[in-house]
Design a protein around this ligand. Structure first.
Ligand code: NAD
Length: 384
């Protein structure tokens, strides 16, 4: 039994931001993590205002993440934060992540891991050297029905995997919102803050991570065609990729932010020798299993027929919908368990290690590099 909660500090997640509050809600869901401090904005005044909205004491609301890491390090164990949650735009992941690792703090960072691959490699090296915990919130892999799909494939229920289609269409950037005051569109389409890719870095990396997680396979070769459909936009807003997997399976990964009318259309279909699965993010509590020789089967959370891994990640009795906050919560619960085990000097159970790590984040950055090389080249296939 833990003697205290795990302490989280947050960078980003200020007023009007998107994902910070979802991190917060996911982190506190199980009552095992407290938000104890934060640097919520690059503007110290806005950071103070945000800290108050989280009901933090004044002396734990910081004007910058550098100040936060220095001052927290000086606090006694148990009071200071145990880990840093990073919910800033892409260009502001690396600085706090590196300083956190260098000062002994575990990290939960949002994706894409960093601004570029060189930064991601430095973080992966630091994690290796320090042994600290580093989770990357490819949160779609936290859903119970995604876990079920992974387990079905791992245990051979579908037979050898032959075809994987992982797609992520959105339509919200069909117009040049970045020319107005949409903050999220502004940095996502700015090469100085997003990195060298727009859409494929932002959501194509989720589609890759989901495909590799569900199938347990690695993409080994790819052939990409990235484009910018909205005039004047500086980064890709649509990308189509043919991929080959380590076992010989073939597939498609595509992402788009100009698929007008689409909301958040992440969907994966995987086909093996015996049948296929389909999971759609907008209806996450439903896993369709399509058999060659049997009628359509639908698996749902909370039911005893699910795999142990899926059930471990269910929080409600059958028929009670779970959503994105619970999926984030599943990553945070695993992180909390792993940190608790470090504190207690024990070994975490295998299921608690099942969350996206710094190596998954690095892979996402390498994916972006290969996509751009492939898209700009006339040769057909690139090794990945
Ligand atoms: P946002 O623009 O809504 O919020 C970013 C926040 O970071 C703001 O509060 C801003 O003030 C703060 N910030 C910026 N620079 C800072 C600094 N130097 N110090 C402290 N705070 C700073 O962005 P968002 O849409 O929430 O995205 C944030 C990150 O989360 C991005 O990397 C994005 O790719 C990722 N994201 C992930 C998911 C997911 O499903 N995992 C979903 C959405 C966004």
């Amino acid at each position: 039994m833990a003697e205290r909660k795990i302490n989280m500090g947050m960078v980003g997640g200020g007023p009007g931001s998107f994902i910070g509050r979802i991190h917060f809600n996911g982190a506190v869901l199980d009552g095992r993590i407290d938000l104890v401090c934060g640097a919520f904005s690059s503007d110290p005044e806005r950071s103070k205002a945000a800290g108050k909205s989280y009901f933090l004491p004044d002396d734990r609301i910081y004007g910058s993440w550098e100040e936060m890491l220095l001052k927290e390090k000086a606090l006694p164990e148990g009071k200071r934060m145990d880990f840093l949650c990073i919910a800033t735009p892409n260009h502001a992941h690396f600085g706090p992540a590196r300083m956190a690792l260098e000062n002994g703090f575990h990290v939960v960072s949002d994706k894409p891991l960093t601004f570029d691959t060189a930064e991601a490699e430095i973080l992966a090296d630091l994690v290796e050297k320090t042994g600290l915990i580093f989770a990357v919130t490819h949160a779609y892999t936290g859903y119970p029905m995604v876990k079920e799909a992974r387990e079905m494939i791992r245990t051979g229920e579908l037979g050898k995997i032959r075809k994987v289609v992982s797609e992520y269409p959105q339509g919200w950037l069909s117009d040049p919102l970045e020319k107005g005051d949409n903050v999220q569109a502004g940095w996502r389409t700015d090469p100085h803050r997003s990195g060298k890719s727009g859409c494929m870095g932002d959501i194509g990396t989720h589609a890759l991570n989901l495909a590799e997680y569900v199938t347990g396979l690695k993409v080994t070769q790819l052939c990409a065609d990235l484009s910018t459909m909205v005039e004047g936009r500086l980064l890709d807003d649509d990308g189509n990729v043919l991929v080959r997997y380590s076992n010989g399976a073939r597939g498609i990964i595509y992402a788009s932010q100009v698929s007008a009318g689409e909301e958040n259309g992440l969907r994966i279909r995987v086909y093996g020798e015996k049948g296929g699965i389909e999971w759609v993010q907008a209806e996450p509590n439903r896993l369709e299993v399509k058999w060659k020789d049997r009628p359509l089967e639908v698996r749902k959370p909370g039911n005893p027929y699910l795999s142990e891994l899926a059930l471990y990640n269910c929080r409600m009795p059958a028929g009670h919908p779970e959503g994105l906050i619970e999926a984030f919560g599943n990553i945070y619960r695993n992180v909390a368990t792993c940190i608790q085990c470090r504190i207690d000097g024990t070994t975490p159970p295998a299921e608690a290690l099942d969350f996206p790590k710094v190596t998954d984040g690095l892979r996402g950055m390498q994916f972006i590099d290969r996509l751009i090389e492939s898209s700009e080249s006339d040769s057909k296939w690139m090794n990945f």
